[in-house]
Design a protein around this ligand. Structure first.
Ligand code: ADP
Length: 181
């Protein structure tokens, strides 16, 4: 059985930073669909060529493409015991696609940060897709497509909320405690 931990939250909330640290501490792979997609763009794969423009604009890559990329990754041997998903699912359709035998959605960590801080962090990060226009689109997409996942997972009693505004190590300790139980 593969125990899945999902990091849910808006862009710029620090999911990637915390996922790296948690991955190291608990020795489970960190799977970021954003990182995977950017690698595809970099390597100019078929998927990368489709995704490039979409990423730069801040829109979502289609559920079909992202889901098949993710499921394939989860079939890798290193995910036998578990995995941390960062940036997936981002839509209800994607969440439903995780409803497969052998996968157990164990914990969903919701990162809460106010919007002013999110924008500040993304501007400072300065990734290629961190333009003012793309940030606005990503926050809108988060509100429209991803926010419904909070209720979806709360109804399944797996949702845990973390105040993600503050000290990185304190947030890390909080998440570590939630994952252990
Ligand atoms: P951020 O922290 O800014 O959300 P990510 O690295 O998680 O950054 O994602 C970057 C981009 O990759 C998103 O804006 C989106 O275009 C694409 N992407 C990542 N994950 C998904 C997903 N699950 N479904 C659709 N598109 C995705």
């Amino acid at each position: 059985m593969t125990d899945i931990t999902i990091f849910l939250g808006p862009p710029g909330a620090g999911k990637g930073t915390q996922a790296e640290k948690i991955s190291e501490k608990f020795n489970i792979p960190h799977i970021s669909t954003g990182v995977m997609l950017r690698e595809h763009v970099e390597n100019e794969t078929e998927l990368g060529l489709v995704a490039k423009e979409i990423l730069n604009k801040g829109n979502l890559v289609s559920d079909e493409l992202v889901t098949s990329m993710l499921i394939e990754r989860l079939e890798n041997d290193d995910c036998e015991k578990g995995a941390i998903l960062d940036g997936f699912p981002r839509t209800i359709t994607q969440a439903e696609s995780l409803n497969i035998e052998g996968l157990n959605i164990k914990t969903v960590i919701l990162f809460e940060v106010n919007e002013t801080e999110l924008i500040k962090r993304m501007v400072e990060r300065g990734r290629e897709d961190d333009t003012e226009e793309s940030i606005k689109v990503r926050l809108d997409v988060y509100r429209d497509e991803t926010l419904p996942l909070i209720k979806f997972y709360d109804d399944k009693d797996v949702l845990k909320t973390v105040d993600a505004f503050g000290d990185i190590d304190e947030i890390f300790n909080h998440i570590s405690g939630l994952i252990k139980t």
